[in-house]
Design a protein around this ligand. Structure first.
Ligand SMILES: C[S@@+](CC[C@H](N)C(=O)[O-])C[C@H]1O[C@@H](n2cnc3c(N)ncnc32)[C@H](O)[C@@H]1O
Length: 230
């Protein structure tokens, strides 16, 4: 059974190149908070740190968290190599990891929140909400029920599956339909700036294509803004 610590010892499991959306997200924060000297951004579920470095290089103060000690170690190495200052937390997503509240301008969580049961995903979103200043932004990707692996493995609760094959064997995946993803970001707390379902239809693939796949997978893309107090 795989867990994230084990996966991070296998170089094949480590994505190296950052996603271009993350650069655009930091540009958005720079524009929205142009009066602030330094933007504070949390890379929640930082993995091996490909985005944490981009965030730091784009003049933000970096906050990293992950529940895998190996992930934190790899990210710290990258940040240290690039002389980027950071604050770290070894913590599961549903637990609030910082001393301060309402202090961040942005939170990024790329392909992370889906790795839990629904109650803990809801708690994680609450942690993100608590960490942001009003007007702060969250950018994330979260699995959609249209994804190829939806329904595969053992269903431990509605729409949460534990795969029994492949490199993520043993890792839970929760999938959201449109109604479910909207419920995750209630209207009285969040303004949905962009909610996009990116659907990739794999028409023909060789066996184990995911080992060499250069293309994207089906996912929800979420950009939301913490509402001003109402
Ligand atoms: C697919 S990787 C994405 C890593 C990184 N965001 C990126 O885009 O490169 C998923 C990450 O989520 C982390 N993760 C999984 N479950 C978690 C949990 N319950 N709490 C915190 N991090 C978790 C894993 O350790 C891993 O780093």
């Amino acid at each position: 059974m795989a867990d994230w610590n084990t996966l991070f010892y296998d170089k094949k499991s480590i994505e190296m190149a950052p996603e271009p959306e993350v650069v655009k997200f930091i540009e958005l924060l720079a524009k929205e908070f142009s009066n602030e000297q330094e933007k504070k951004v949390w890379d929640l579920g930082c993995g091996a740190g490909r985005h944490s470095v981009v965030i730091g290089k784009m003049n933000c103060e970096v906050f990293i968290s992950d529940h895998s000690a190996k992930a934190i170690e790899l990210t710290k190495e990258k940040l240290d190599d690039n002389k980027i200052r950071y604050t770290e937390a070894l913590s599961s997503m549903e637990n609030y990891p910082w001393q301060e509240k309402e202090f961040l301008h942005g939170v990024l969580s790329w392909a992370v929140l889906q790795h839990n049961t629904l109650d803990k995903i809801v708690k994680s979103i609450n942690c993100i909400y608590e960490s942001l200043i009003t007007g702060g932004y969250f950018l994330g990707t979260i699995k959609s029920t249209k994804a190829d692996l939806y329904g595969k493995g053992q269903e431990i609760e509605k729409d949460t599956f534990i795969l029994d094959v492949g490199k993520e064997d043993g890792v839970p995946h929760h999938y959201f339909d449109e109604e479910g993803i909207k419920q995750l970001f209630p209207d009285d707390q969040w303004e949905i700036v962009i909610l996009a379902e990116q659907v990739v239809n794999y028409v023909s693939t060789v066996e184990k294509f995911w080992e060499i796949n250069p293309f994207r997978y089906t996912t929800w893309c979420v950009l939301v803004k913490k509402r001003w107090e109402i």
